[in-house]
Design a protein around this ligand. Structure first.
Ligand code: CA
Length: 669
């Protein structure tokens, strides 16, 4: 039982037990729905999930009983109700609605009816051995954001035709680009070295017709928060199928040692009037002013995390995904629509399951003036310090500093701009440096990134800011800008995050908002992993370096305090010390964003040694040295160089210092 804070403005009696929805046994099923304003509630049982299937065969209608002290209507039906569909008919003074259950765990085609399900029968083979894949600490995570359909909808994904674009694509082993050895999908991710995938919405959303699955949508339009989306399953008509296939996806990723972060969108619903929330308790679950729905979500109906029963719903929902589906992390869409108290409560509840489950979100709304809660109470960067150290936020300041405006032709640091370097530097310090700016408590709160699903891909943005429209160009200027971005995000003290394919110059052909564009625009074109192999190898090398040097993954401000950073108008140089045995004792990152060689002042300023080994020479990156490096030489134009001290490297390598790594490739990972 959760101790919910009583809300001063609560208009109804509330409920704090954990049995809303159905409670199934083979002998009977109990249904409970919180509907305090209802005058009557009927439970209707059906054989199938939609009218289209069967002409609506009703197999039972039952009057539910009201408990005024909690606002809950309940009834118990005898018999084995596994796979029986149901709705509630709810009569209030605003009219009568037939709706699916707010607490649905399974639904039929296009979400029309809820379904009772024996969850123990939905577990795939091996599920009893499935466990969370969790980083020891948040900053060990390296997150790759992907849309289920984009991942495998292309023929060159190598995934079987039946599984393309679905949950099951993640279960195919050893996929490769047809007739080649180049890995794709999960097989590719194992080589790349990322630790987590973040999936764009995989709960049931409303914008794709599940009977045809022709339309494309990102899915930021929730209908049933606790049910997997039907269009990603092989059979959206039978509610249990998508549940099993979703679990198969999770299990396959866990077997590959990859954690799964769900993108959760509790800030709004697809359609206010058709939402089970609105049909069950009219005008309760949303923030309203003078009878009008507020719009900080940008979608017409911001939900009310500050109200007891929506707060409870969010907490119950998150716990359900973590426990039933073994979800390893949650990314909160428009997190500033939610109040601080709710997010900290979610953190507390997740901590009871496992403290290592990731939590982070977007620290903004779509419209601050329409949020309906005080600016002091919402989860934006200004209030970051009121949140748990393990609730992260996307660092849009660094993103902007790196590449300029997300969709325009402006330039940032990676394209040679000088005016945005301080945003980059503050971000490299995990937004936790007293000197450079510290909206975060510590680097565990800072998600460091250059691109996500919104806006132009990094490649398209680089091309636009350089006035180039050849999306397949392999001009070294643009590749070098992409590499500088990679070095600055992956070698920073926050939590690195990237849009799928940032590492192979993914293009959406200039489409800056592809949420409902075609597969042609959105689908991952795996042939680019070959065309831009040099870039993939570069990212994979940086990931290895990050994994080998623990200060980069430090959640506290220790590494921030023990780092030197020098900016001289044309280069950023960073030096980080390390006292962990068996690792390099000193690492430097030297970045020159200009067209000319520049000297770094970091050596003279901080009395650093002259002789180093180079792990990243601007062209290639690896955790094995590529050669020796003299820090007194200038940093080559448009380059990110990573060097480590010779002594500790030799010690780790048992003095085989001639064993340089000449041609790294991610395929050998
Ligand atoms: Ca759906």
């Amino acid at each position: 039982m959760i101790a919910y804070y009583s809300n001063k403005n609560e208009m109804y009696n509330t409920y704090d037990q954990n049995d809303l929805g159905f409670t199934y046994t083979k002998e009977n099923t109990t249904f409970k729905v919180w509907a305090p304003s209802a005058q009557q509630v009927l439970l209707k049982l059906y054989t199938t999930g939609s009218f289209a299937e069967d002409g609506a065969t009703v197999i039972g209608i039952k009057q539910m009983n009201f408990d005024q002290s909690t606002g809950v209507w309940s009834t118990t039906v005898d018999g084995d109700l596994d796979k029986t569909y149901y709705t509630y008919v709810i009569q209030t003074d605003k009219g009568t609605n037939e709706t699916q259950d707010v607490y649905s765990k399974a639904v039929g085609i296009n979400s029309a009816r809820s379904m009772v399900v024996d969850l123990s029968k939905t577990n795939p083979e091996g599920w009893e051995n499935d466990t969370h894949v969790l980083p020891e600490k948040p900053n060990d995570a390296i997150i790759w954001e992907v849309h289920v359909r984009d991942f495998s909808s292309s023929v060159n994904s190598g995934v079987s035709k039946a599984n393309r674009g679905t949950f099951l694509a993640f279960t195919e082993d050893n996929t490769a680009i047809p007739f080649t050895q180049y890995p794709t999908c999960v097989n590719y991710l194992k080589k790349l070295g990322i630790t987590h995938v973040q999936l764009n919405p995989v709960f049931d959303f409303g914008s794709v017709n599940e009977t045809t699955c022709v339309d494309y949508n990102w899915g930021y339009d929730p209908v049933n928060y606790n049910v997997p989306e039907g269009s990603y399953s092989s059979d959206p008509y039978h509610g249990e199928v998508r549940i099993r296939e979703f679990k198969e996806m999770i299990h396959a990723l866990h077997k590959a040692n990859i954690g799964v972060v769900m993108d959760v969108v509790y800030n709004h619903v697809y359609s206010t009037k058709d939402s089970p929330f609105e049909m069950t308790v009219p005008d309760y679950y949303f923030r309203m002013q003078n009878g009008r729905y507020l719009n900080s979500s940008g979608c017409g109906n911001v939900t009310a995390s500050d109200k007891v029963m929506f707060r409870k719903f969010m907490i119950d929902s998150i716990k359900y995904w973590a426990e039933e589906y073994h979800i390893d992390g949650f990314r909160f869409d428009l997190m500033a629509c939610h109040d601080i108290e709710t997010m900290n409560l979610i953190r507390e509840e997740l901590d009871k399951i496992d403290k290592r489950i990731l939590m982070y979100g977007e620290p903004w709304t779509a419209n601050d003036g329409e949020n309906g809660i005080s600016g002091d109470d919402c989860c934006n960067k200004t209030n970051a310090k009121k949140l748990s150290d393990r609730i992260g936020m996307f660092n849009d300041d660094m993103r902007h500093g790196l590449k300029g405006g997300s969709d325009d032709d402006s330039k940032g640091f990676i394209q040679g701009s000088t005016h945005s370097a301080y945003n980059v530097i503050a971000g490299m310090m995990g937004a936790s440096s007293v000197t450079f700016g510290n909206w975060a408590n510590m680097p565990s709160q800072c998600v460091t990134y250059a691109s996500a699903h919104d806006n132009l891909t990094l490649w398209d943005k680089i091309l636009k800011s350089n006035w180039c429209s050849d999306y397949n160009t392999r001009d070294q200027l643009y590749i070098s800008q992409n590499k500088i971005s990679a070095a600055l995000t992956i070698m920073s003290l926050g939590i690195p995050f990237m849009l799928a394919g940032e590492e192979f110059a993914r293009t959406k052909k200039g489409d800056h908002n592809s949420y409902k564009s075609s597969d042609y625009i959105n689908s991952i074109d795996w042939s680019r992993t070959v065309d831009y192999k040099e870039l993939v190898t570069f990212y994979a090398g940086l990931i290895k370096i990050r994994k080998a040097f623990s200060p980069l993954r430090d959640c506290t401000t220790k590494a921030v305090d023990e780092s030197y950073i020098v900016y001289n108008g044309s280069s950023i140089t960073l030096n980080i010390k390390n006292d962990k045995d068996g690792e390099w004792q000193m690492l430097s990152l030297l970045v020159n964003n200009t067209d000319s060689p520049v000297y770094s002042e970091i050596r003279s300023k901080y009395n650093l040694p002259e002789k180093w080994y180079v792990l990243c020479d601007g062209k290639s990156a690896s955790d094995k040295a590529l050669g020796e490096y003299d820090i007194t030489q200038p940093i080559p134009p448009r380059s990110a160089i990573i060097i480590v001290d010779k002594d500790s490297y030799d010690k780790i390598q048992n003095n085989i210092n001639a064993n340089f790594h000449t041609q790294p490739t991610y395929l050998n990972n």
